[in-house]
Design a protein around this ligand. Structure first.
Ligand SMILES: [Zn+2]
Length: 388
C-alpha cells in the first residue's frame, strides 16, 4: 500500500494543534490528555483495544496502551511495542516564524511544535500498521504513548507499576533519522545545600562559613569525577567517559558577612553499567566527611528521579532486524530516552524514529517529510518479522 502523505499530514496537524507542553514550571505545564484522547480515538477506530491510565492521579496526564491482536499461547510471550511520548517542550512563539500549533508545510518539511519530537512518530506508526489491520497476527502490535517524558519521565515510570501486555520487542520512536540506537547515557541532576551560620566577618567564631565547606565539597566532587573517569570507559560513545558538570552555585550576600548558606547544582551523565543510586550513595559518603570536618549541615537532593543509561546488547534479534532493515549499524546517542523503562519491562529495545533531534527543542521545529515513508517501510518490516 502506498504511503498516504495527505492522511499523515492531517493527523500530524491535529496532534500539533493539541497542546501538550510539559514543564517543571507548573504555570506552563499543560498535561498530555488531549493528545492521548486523540490517539485513542483513531486507534479505537482502527480496531485496537484501548487502555488509558492516569499518571500520578492527575486527570490531565495519562499513558495510552493500545493493543491489536492478543499474544498467541502457541507462540509464547511476544508482541511488538511502538512507544513514544505525547508531550512536548515549552515554546517561545516570538521566535517561531509561524504559529507553533498550526502545522505549516514548506519545502517538504512539516513545521510545528512536536512535529519531530515526537508527535510525527504516531501517524507514521498508523501508516505502517494500516495494511495489517485485518491480518491474523501471531503476536500483538502494541502502541504506547506516555506523559511527561520531557520533564520527570513519570509516565514511563508509571508503566512499570501497572500490568501491561507482555511484549518481547520495543521501538522507542525518538527522532534519530531512523538510525538504530542501542545505547545512551543516563542522567541525574543533584542539588547540594550547605547550611552554616551567618555572622560578622571580623570574628570567624561568630558563624560557620558555608562557602568554606562548599569549597571542599567541590574538591571532593572533582576528585570523584576523576575516579569515575578512570573506572569507566565505553568506546561506543563520542564522550567515552562519564561526566559530572558543576552547573551553578549560589551563596552568601556580602564580603563582610560569614556565608551562612550555599547551594550547588550539578549533573551526572552515566555510562551503561553505572547505577544512579549507587553513585548517589558514594557522593553522600563524601558529603558526610565534609560535614563532619566543618561541623556543618550538608544535604543532597535529586532534582528529578533521573534516567538510567541504556544498553541493548548487540546480539538481540531486534538489533539484527533493524540493522538489516535500515542498512545502518546500531549506534549510541547523547540524549536520554524512555528505553531503559521498556527494557525493565522485559523487552529488547531499540531507539529509532523519523525526524532529527537537531530540529527538536527549537523554534521552527520540523520533520522532513521525505523520511516518513522510509520509516513506514522499516516499521512494516518489523511487523512482518515479529507479528505475522
Ligand atoms: Zn523526545
Amino acid at each position: 500500500m502506498a504511503f498516504n502523505e495527505k492522511l499523515f499530514s492531517e493527523q500530524l496537524a491535529q496532534l500539533v494543534a493539541t497542546p501538550s507542553v510539559s514543564c517543571t514550571n507548573p504555570k506552563l505545564d499543560m498535561g498530555n490528555r488531549g493528545v492521548i484522547d486523540l490517539l485513542a480515538n483513531w486507534l479505537s477506530d482502527m480496531g485496537f483495544a484501548i487502555d488509558i491510565q492516569e499518571v500520578d492521579g492527575n486527570p490531565d496526564k495519562a499513558n495510552l496502551i493500545a493493543t491489536l491482536g492478543t499474544a498467541n499461547p502457541l507462540h509464547g510471550k511476544g508482541g511488538l511495542v511502538f512507544s513514544g511520548h505525547a508531550d512536548t517542550v515549552p515554546y517561545d512563539d516570538k521566535r517561531w516564524s509561524h504559529d507553533p500549533f498550526t502545522l505549516h508545510i514548506e519545502n517538504n518539511r512539516a513545521y510545528g511544535l512536536g512535529a519531530t519530537d515526537m508527535k510525527g512518530f504516531f501517524p507514521a506508526v498508523f501508516a505502517a500498521v494500516q495494511p495489517f489491520l485485518q491480518s491474523d497476527l501471531k503476536e500483538p502490535i502494541i502502541i504506547v504513548a506516555t506523559a511527561d517524558e520531557e520533564t520527570s519521565m513519570s509516565g514511563a515510570r508509571a508503566l512499570l507499576n501497572h500490568p501491561v501486555p507482555k511484549a518481547r520487542y520495543g521501538i522507542v520512536g525518538e527522532p534519530t533519522g531512523m538510525q538504530p540506537i542501542r545505547m545512551h547515557k543516563g542522567i541525574g541532576m543533584e542539588a547540594i545545600k550547605v547550611r552554616g551560620q551567618a555572622g560578622h566577618s571580623s570574628n570567624p567564631a561568630l558563624g560557620n562559613n558555608a562557602l568554606d565547606a562548599m569549597h571542599d565539597v567541590i574538591t571532593e566532587l572533582k576528585q570523584f569525577r576523576l575516579g569515575l573517569q578512570q573506572r569507566y570507559r565505553n568506546a561506543g560513545f563520542v564522550i567515552d567517559v562519564p561526566t559530572l558538570n558543576l552547573g551553578c552555585i549560589h551563596g552568601g550576600d556580602n564580603p563582610n558577612r560569614i556565608c551562612g548558606h550555599c547551594e550547588l547544582e550539578f549533573d551526572l551523565r552515566t555510562l551503561p553499567g553505572m547505577g544512579l543510586d549507587d553513585l548517589r550513595q558514594e557522593i553522600d559518603i563524601l558529603l558526610a566527611n565534609v560535614a563532619d570536618k566543618y561541623h556543618i549541615h550538608i544535604e543532597r537532593d535529586s532534582l528529578f528521579a533521573g534516567t538510567e543509561a541504556f544498553n541493548q546488547p548487540i546480539d538481540s534479534p531486534l538489533i539484527e532486524a533493524v540493522e538489516r532493515l535500515t542498512k545502518m549499524n546500531a549506534d549510541s546517542v547523547a540524549f536520554a530516552t524512555e528505553a531503559p523503562f521498556l527494557q525493565k519491562m522485559g523487552m529488547d529495545v531499540v531507539v529509532m524514529g523519523p525526524g532529527s533531534i537537531d530540529q527538536a527543542h527549537q523554534p521552527d521545529e520540523y520533520i522532513d517529510l521525505a523520511q516518513v515513508p522510509v520509516a513506514v517501510n522499516v516499521l512494516q518490516g518489523l511487523i512482518k518479522q515479529f507479528c505475522l
